[in-house]
Design a protein around this ligand. Sequence first.
Ligand SMILES: C[S@@+](CC[C@H](N)C(=O)[O-])C[C@H]1O[C@@H](n2cnc3c(N)ncnc32)[C@H](O)[C@@H]1O
Ligand SMILES: [Zn+2]
Length: 272
Amino acid sequence: MVLICPVCARTGTAEQPEQPLVDHNGGLGCARGHHFDRAKQGYVNLIVGSNPHPGDTPAMVQARCRVHQAGVFEPVHTWLNAQSRGGIVDIGAGPGEYLGSATHADWRIALDSSTAALRVCAKQSGVQAYGGDLMRPLPIATAAADTVWSVFAPRPMREVVRILKPGGIALMIIPRANHLGELREKLPAMLKVPTGKATRVITQASAQGLHLVTQGKIERTQVVLPETATDLVGMGPTAFHMGVDDIEAGLGPHPIPVTIAMDVFTFEHGAR
Ligand SMILES: C[S@@+](CC[C@H](N)C(=O)[O-])C[C@H]1O[C@@H](n2cnc3c(N)ncnc32)[C@H](O)[C@@H]1O
Ligand SMILES: [Zn+2]
């Protein structure tokens, strides 16, 4: 059992514990009669009621897909795949490019609140895509996952710990201050990485019983086409307050060196 009913999870008690979700009428259902339709694109939305955190827009998702296709994040694929084991839950998976390449996994579940992301993610071979709000209890059974990923995504530490098996690992990736630094020089309105973020992640993880096993960094500078530079900005949070035309105008029409720089953490559940 990996997926649980999000309606029952909200009212779960010792007498009425987590209810597994199983295939039901083309979608998913629990034994207490709650049913979730499968969208024609293949994902199942497990967000109950309204979706207060709708996540990335269609334009952001398309930009992210193009950047992934341009190979900019190859080292991230390599790192994630080298560390991961067993069944993987990717929280805030976006279009699921990373999960799509994790072909060695026992199973691969993507959670995201963005409909646009879920539509793409559901097409990744071998990936199950589900609508989930990371600010609420996750529709994943307790101690179900061997590996949880959070890559440039929210980190609901308490829920990460709950869904991990004892000894399971959480792989988390956050931007470093110099991530996309060359683009930020040209576009001062781009959002900055807050200082002290890495320390905060470690403190928050440790407070929930996730122990730091390794901390490293991925850093690479490469020359990218101007359209890829625009997409690198357009796929991120800056796109919530700046249009593509302004991004393009600020970055200019020429190929440009771009540094990707990330802190990468492996945490273990209950290791020490
Ligand atoms: C910066 S993107 C990263 C996507 C993917 N991990 C990657 O690196 O390619 C962050 C993702 O988190 C999702 N997201 C943001 N807030 C969320 C929430 N409250 N619940 C679920 N997903 C959320 C967004 O829709 C988006 O797909
Ligand atoms: Zn239910």
